[in-house]
Design a protein around this ligand. Sequence first.
Ligand code: ZN
Ligand code: FE
Length: 256
Amino acid sequence: MAKLQIEQIPVLRDNYVYVVHDPASGATAAIDPAVAEPVEECLSTHGWRLTHILNTHHHDDHIGGNLALKRASGAKVVGARHDAQRIPGIDVEVGDGESFLLGTAAAMVIDVPGHTVGHIAYWFPESHALFCGDTLFCLGCGRLFEGTAEQMWASLLKLRSLPDETMVYCAHEYTQSNARFARTVERDNAELIGRIAEIDARRGRRLPTVPAPLAVERATNPFLRADIESVKKGVGLPGADAARVFAEIRRRKDAF
Ligand code: ZN
Ligand code: FE
Protein backbone atom coordinates (compact mmCIF):
# COMPACT_ATOMS: atom_id res chain seq x y z
CA MET A 1 0.00 0.00 0.00
CA ALA A 2 1.22 3.39 -0.94
CA LYS A 3 2.44 5.87 1.63
CA LEU A 4 3.51 9.06 -0.05
CA GLN A 5 6.80 10.81 0.47
CA ILE A 6 5.99 14.49 0.98
CA GLU A 7 8.42 17.37 0.42
CA GLN A 8 7.49 20.86 1.63
CA ILE A 9 8.98 23.78 -0.31
CA PRO A 10 8.67 27.32 1.05
CA VAL A 11 8.32 29.79 -1.86
CA LEU A 12 7.49 33.47 -2.39
CA ARG A 13 6.70 35.30 0.84
CA ASP A 14 4.84 32.63 2.79
CA ASN A 15 3.58 29.94 0.38
CA TYR A 16 4.21 26.22 0.63
CA VAL A 17 4.38 24.06 -2.47
CA TYR A 18 4.26 20.31 -1.87
CA VAL A 19 5.93 17.67 -3.99
CA VAL A 20 4.47 14.24 -3.27
CA HIS A 21 6.00 11.01 -4.49
CA ASP A 22 4.57 7.52 -4.63
CA PRO A 23 7.59 5.22 -4.23
CA ALA A 24 5.66 2.17 -5.47
CA SER A 25 5.01 3.62 -8.93
CA GLY A 26 7.32 6.61 -9.22
CA ALA A 27 4.34 8.91 -9.77
CA THR A 28 5.12 12.43 -8.50
CA ALA A 29 2.86 15.45 -8.14
CA ALA A 30 3.46 19.12 -7.47
CA ILE A 31 0.61 20.55 -5.44
CA ASP A 32 -0.18 24.23 -6.04
CA PRO A 33 3.14 25.09 -7.72
CA ALA A 34 3.25 28.85 -7.34
CA VAL A 35 6.58 28.88 -9.18
CA ALA A 36 8.38 26.25 -11.24
CA GLU A 37 12.10 26.47 -10.37
CA PRO A 38 12.04 25.31 -6.73
CA VAL A 39 9.90 22.35 -7.83
CA GLU A 40 12.41 21.49 -10.57
CA GLU A 41 15.21 21.63 -8.00
CA CYS A 42 13.35 19.33 -5.63
CA LEU A 43 12.69 16.87 -8.47
CA SER A 44 16.32 16.79 -9.55
CA THR A 45 17.58 16.43 -5.95
CA HIS A 46 15.45 13.31 -5.53
CA GLY A 47 15.72 12.03 -9.09
CA TRP A 48 11.95 12.16 -9.51
CA ARG A 49 10.01 12.77 -12.72
CA LEU A 50 6.92 14.98 -12.48
CA THR A 51 3.76 13.15 -13.60
CA HIS A 52 1.00 15.36 -12.14
CA ILE A 53 0.23 18.91 -11.09
CA LEU A 54 -2.63 19.22 -8.60
CA ASN A 55 -4.29 22.61 -8.15
CA THR A 56 -6.63 23.51 -5.31
CA HIS A 57 -7.79 26.81 -6.84
CA HIS A 58 -7.06 29.39 -9.48
CA HIS A 59 -5.06 32.08 -7.61
CA ASP A 60 -1.67 32.99 -9.09
CA ASP A 61 0.27 31.88 -6.03
CA HIS A 62 -1.12 28.35 -6.61
CA ILE A 63 -1.01 27.96 -10.41
CA GLY A 64 1.89 30.24 -11.42
CA GLY A 65 4.24 27.34 -12.24
CA ASN A 66 1.69 25.12 -14.03
CA LEU A 67 2.56 25.80 -17.64
CA ALA A 68 6.35 25.82 -17.27
CA LEU A 69 6.29 22.56 -15.32
CA LYS A 70 3.86 20.97 -17.77
CA ARG A 71 6.00 22.04 -20.73
CA ALA A 72 9.15 20.61 -19.15
CA SER A 73 7.67 17.31 -17.99
CA GLY A 74 4.42 16.56 -19.78
CA ALA A 75 2.75 16.26 -16.37
CA LYS A 76 -1.05 16.09 -16.31
CA VAL A 77 -2.75 19.06 -14.67
CA VAL A 78 -5.58 18.12 -12.31
CA GLY A 79 -8.08 20.74 -11.12
CA ALA A 80 -11.67 21.55 -10.30
CA ARG A 81 -14.30 20.85 -12.94
CA HIS A 82 -16.25 23.87 -11.62
CA ASP A 83 -13.29 26.14 -12.29
CA ALA A 84 -11.67 24.46 -15.31
CA GLN A 85 -11.51 27.68 -17.35
CA ARG A 86 -9.32 29.32 -14.68
CA ILE A 87 -6.82 26.45 -14.22
CA PRO A 88 -3.97 26.86 -16.76
CA GLY A 89 -3.25 23.71 -18.76
CA ILE A 90 -5.94 21.60 -17.09
CA ASP A 91 -6.13 18.01 -18.40
CA VAL A 92 -8.13 16.16 -15.74
CA GLU A 93 -11.26 17.72 -14.23
CA VAL A 94 -12.39 16.45 -10.83
CA GLY A 95 -15.19 17.18 -8.39
CA ASP A 96 -16.64 16.37 -5.00
CA GLY A 97 -16.52 12.74 -3.91
CA GLU A 98 -14.44 11.60 -6.87
CA SER A 99 -11.18 9.83 -6.42
CA PHE A 100 -8.20 9.45 -8.67
CA LEU A 101 -4.92 7.61 -8.51
CA LEU A 102 -1.51 9.18 -8.18
CA GLY A 103 0.32 6.02 -9.16
CA THR A 104 -0.90 3.58 -6.52
CA ALA A 105 -2.01 6.29 -4.05
CA ALA A 106 -5.71 7.11 -4.02
CA ALA A 107 -6.76 10.74 -3.57
CA MET A 108 -10.28 11.83 -2.69
CA VAL A 109 -11.49 15.18 -3.98
CA ILE A 110 -13.55 17.37 -1.67
CA ASP A 111 -15.32 20.50 -2.91
CA VAL A 112 -14.62 23.30 -0.43
CA PRO A 113 -16.05 26.54 -1.86
CA GLY A 114 -15.64 29.80 0.08
CA HIS A 115 -12.19 31.30 -0.56
CA THR A 116 -13.01 30.83 -4.26
CA VAL A 117 -16.13 29.20 -5.67
CA GLY A 118 -14.19 26.39 -7.36
CA HIS A 119 -11.81 25.53 -4.51
CA ILE A 120 -11.12 21.82 -3.94
CA ALA A 121 -9.05 19.82 -1.45
CA TYR A 122 -7.13 16.58 -2.01
CA TRP A 123 -7.20 13.96 0.71
CA PHE A 124 -4.86 10.95 0.60
CA PRO A 125 -6.39 8.72 3.30
CA GLU A 126 -3.62 6.09 3.36
CA SER A 127 -1.01 8.79 3.91
CA HIS A 128 -3.20 10.75 6.35
CA ALA A 129 -2.54 13.83 4.24
CA LEU A 130 -4.96 16.64 3.43
CA PHE A 131 -3.91 19.29 0.92
CA CYS A 132 -6.43 22.04 1.48
CA GLY A 133 -4.91 25.06 -0.28
CA ASP A 134 -6.33 28.29 1.12
CA THR A 135 -9.47 26.81 2.74
CA LEU A 136 -8.19 25.68 6.13
CA PHE A 137 -5.00 27.16 7.58
CA CYS A 138 -3.28 26.27 10.82
CA LEU A 139 -5.35 28.27 13.34
CA GLY A 140 -7.11 30.08 10.50
CA CYS A 141 -9.05 29.88 7.27
CA GLY A 142 -8.95 31.59 3.89
CA ARG A 143 -10.57 34.92 3.20
CA LEU A 144 -13.96 34.89 1.52
CA PHE A 145 -13.04 36.31 -1.89
CA GLU A 146 -15.80 34.63 -3.90
CA GLY A 147 -18.00 32.53 -1.63
CA THR A 148 -20.25 33.20 1.36
CA ALA A 149 -19.65 32.55 5.04
CA GLU A 150 -22.32 29.81 4.90
CA GLN A 151 -20.43 28.05 2.09
CA MET A 152 -17.10 28.33 3.88
CA TRP A 153 -18.53 27.04 7.16
CA ALA A 154 -20.03 24.04 5.32
CA SER A 155 -16.67 23.42 3.62
CA LEU A 156 -14.79 23.58 6.93
CA LEU A 157 -17.27 21.13 8.49
CA LYS A 158 -16.44 18.64 5.73
CA LEU A 159 -12.74 18.96 6.49
CA ARG A 160 -13.32 18.84 10.25
CA SER A 161 -15.01 15.45 9.89
CA LEU A 162 -11.90 13.74 8.49
CA PRO A 163 -10.00 11.36 10.80
CA ASP A 164 -8.08 12.76 13.81
CA GLU A 165 -4.70 11.66 12.50
CA THR A 166 -5.12 13.59 9.22
CA MET A 167 -2.28 16.05 8.75
CA VAL A 168 -3.30 19.46 7.44
CA TYR A 169 -0.93 20.58 4.67
CA CYS A 170 -2.13 24.10 3.96
CA ALA A 171 -0.62 26.44 1.39
CA HIS A 172 0.58 29.32 3.59
CA GLU A 173 2.65 29.89 6.72
CA TYR A 174 0.16 32.23 8.42
CA THR A 175 0.07 30.42 11.74
CA GLN A 176 1.74 32.97 13.99
CA SER A 177 -0.52 35.86 12.98
CA ASN A 178 -3.53 33.54 13.07
CA ALA A 179 -2.52 32.62 16.62
CA ARG A 180 -2.59 36.26 17.75
CA PHE A 181 -6.16 36.52 16.49
CA ALA A 182 -7.28 33.11 17.84
CA ARG A 183 -6.28 34.21 21.33
CA THR A 184 -8.76 37.12 21.14
CA VAL A 185 -11.63 34.70 20.45
CA GLU A 186 -10.78 32.05 23.08
CA ARG A 187 -8.84 33.49 25.96
CA ASP A 188 -9.38 30.46 28.21
CA ASN A 189 -8.58 27.62 25.79
CA ALA A 190 -5.60 25.98 27.52
CA GLU A 191 -4.71 23.84 24.50
CA LEU A 192 -4.64 26.96 22.32
CA ILE A 193 -2.40 28.80 24.77
CA GLY A 194 0.01 25.85 24.85
CA ARG A 195 0.00 25.60 21.08
CA ILE A 196 0.77 29.30 20.66
CA ALA A 197 3.89 28.91 22.83
CA GLU A 198 5.04 26.04 20.59
CA ILE A 199 4.34 28.05 17.44
CA ASP A 200 6.29 31.05 18.71
CA ALA A 201 9.22 28.78 19.58
CA ARG A 202 9.21 27.16 16.15
CA ARG A 203 8.95 30.45 14.28
CA GLY A 204 11.72 31.85 16.47
CA ARG A 205 13.92 29.14 14.94
CA ARG A 206 12.41 29.73 11.46
CA LEU A 207 10.85 26.26 11.44
CA PRO A 208 7.54 25.58 9.69
CA THR A 209 4.39 25.20 11.80
CA VAL A 210 2.73 23.32 8.93
CA PRO A 211 1.53 20.53 8.75
CA ALA A 212 -0.52 20.11 11.93
CA PRO A 213 -2.79 17.24 12.99
CA LEU A 214 -6.48 17.82 12.33
CA ALA A 215 -7.26 16.86 15.94
CA VAL A 216 -5.18 19.84 17.10
CA GLU A 217 -6.93 22.18 14.66
CA ARG A 218 -10.29 20.96 15.88
CA ALA A 219 -9.32 21.80 19.46
CA THR A 220 -7.70 25.19 18.81
CA ASN A 221 -8.71 26.75 15.46
CA PRO A 222 -11.54 29.23 16.11
CA PHE A 223 -12.81 28.87 12.54
CA LEU A 224 -13.54 25.17 13.18
CA ARG A 225 -15.21 25.95 16.51
CA ALA A 226 -18.08 28.30 15.62
CA ASP A 227 -20.62 25.76 16.92
CA ILE A 228 -19.09 25.67 20.43
CA GLU A 229 -20.95 27.72 23.00
CA SER A 230 -17.85 29.22 24.64
CA VAL A 231 -16.70 30.46 21.22
CA LYS A 232 -20.13 31.92 20.48
CA LYS A 233 -19.95 33.78 23.80
CA GLY A 234 -16.39 34.85 23.01
CA VAL A 235 -17.61 36.85 20.01
CA GLY A 236 -20.71 38.17 21.74
CA LEU A 237 -23.22 35.84 20.07
CA PRO A 238 -24.39 33.37 22.74
CA GLY A 239 -26.85 30.84 21.34
CA ALA A 240 -26.46 32.05 17.75
CA ASP A 241 -26.44 29.82 14.70
CA ALA A 242 -22.96 28.42 13.93
CA ALA A 243 -22.78 29.86 10.41
CA ARG A 244 -23.61 33.28 11.84
CA VAL A 245 -20.88 32.90 14.47
CA PHE A 246 -18.42 31.79 11.82
CA ALA A 247 -19.27 34.88 9.74
CA GLU A 248 -18.61 37.09 12.77
CA ILE A 249 -15.23 35.43 13.49
CA ARG A 250 -14.24 35.86 9.84
CA ARG A 251 -15.37 39.51 9.89
CA ARG A 252 -13.30 40.19 13.01
CA LYS A 253 -10.24 38.53 11.49
CA ASP A 254 -10.56 40.65 8.33
CA ALA A 255 -10.44 43.76 10.52
CA PHE A 256 -7.75 42.44 12.89
ZN1 ZN B 1 -5.85 31.77 -2.69
FE1 FE C 1 -2.81 31.51 -1.61
